[in-house]
Ligand binder design. Structure first.
Ligand code: UDP
Length: 239
């Protein structure tokens, strides 16, 4: 099982907005279900899937700070938002018959398990899906950085950053129809041109650890399995 896969263990980064669907706030469970189906397909083909979920559909530290809130406090609220998303997504996976664990970087033992690296590794080895919640557990970071950090800790083969378009472009293709699309980029090109892939800290951490980043659309059902097989239309960022 899994021997026909290009990537065996993958970390999927879902932004909070990915769970929002066409709504302007919160979680659309039909979108969560569609994503859960993609993950079910991936795990039954032998892949091991870890997920980091953002919280931007509920709360962002920066917007709290813009309203006069202390930034660190607002960031803790943002991290709590990611826990809500992780619980909702675990539920969606559960309904699809996929065993999934929520591991929070901020301990909240009556709600979910706490992040302990060996525990997470053993779940993945048993083909259970691991949902990393509460980002890195630290304010002033993002869930993109958390995704790269956990992927390195879990010895993942790559991070898949799910977006609404089929890769990285020189400008937003929805606003600039003539924007150039890239099949491959180096970390240095992403950083030097300030391409909107992930924040700089996440890109630098991936670069320093040689972790490939794959940018792909998840609007299209079945794309996760295509990435695992090396067949997706995507942008890969590597050295
Ligand atoms: N956050 C944080 N530390 C982390 C990860 C997240 O403080 O390690 C907070 C931060 O306020 C952020 C919010 O959680 O705005 C939600 O995460 P993010 O903005 O990365 O979510 P996404 O854009 O992926 O939906």
């Amino acid at each position: 099982r899994g021997s026909n896969l290009k990537y065996k263990r993958l970390l999927l980064k879902l932004s909070g907005e990915a769970l929002m669907g066409k709504q302007t706030y919160g979680i659309d469970m039909s979108v969560a279900d569609r994503l859960a189906r993609d993950i079910a397909e991936a795990t039954s083909s032998g892949a091991e899937i870890a997920v980091v979920i953002g919280g931007g559909n509920i709360f962002r530290g920066l917007s709290g700070a813009a309203k006069g809130m202390d930034r660190a406090t607002a960031d803790y609220m943002g991290m709590l938002a990611t826990v809500m998303n992780a619980l909702a997504f675990q539920n969606a996976l559960d309904h699809r018959g996929v065993a999934a664990r929520v591991l929070s970087a901020i301990p909240m033992p009556t709600v979910c398990e706490s992040y302990v690296r060996p525990k997470a590794l053993s779940y993945l080895a048993k083909s259970q899906v691991v949902l990393f919640a509460a980002g890195t557990g630290n304010p002033f970071f993002t869930t993109d950085t958390a995704a790269v950090l956990r992927a390195i800790e879990m010895n993942c083969d790559a991070v898949l950053k799910a977006t609404q378009v089929d890769g990285v472009y020189s400008a937003d293709p929805k606003k600039h129809p003539d924007a150039k699309r890239f099949d491959r980029l180096s970390y240095a090109e992403v950083l030097a041109n300030d391409l909107k892939v992930m924040d700089g800290a996440a890109i630098a951490l991936a670069r320093d650890n040689g972790l490939p980043l794959i940018v792909v659309s998840i609007e299209e059902p079945g794309n996760l399995l295509k990435v695992l097989r090396g067949e997706a239309r995507q942008t890969i960022i590597e050295a």
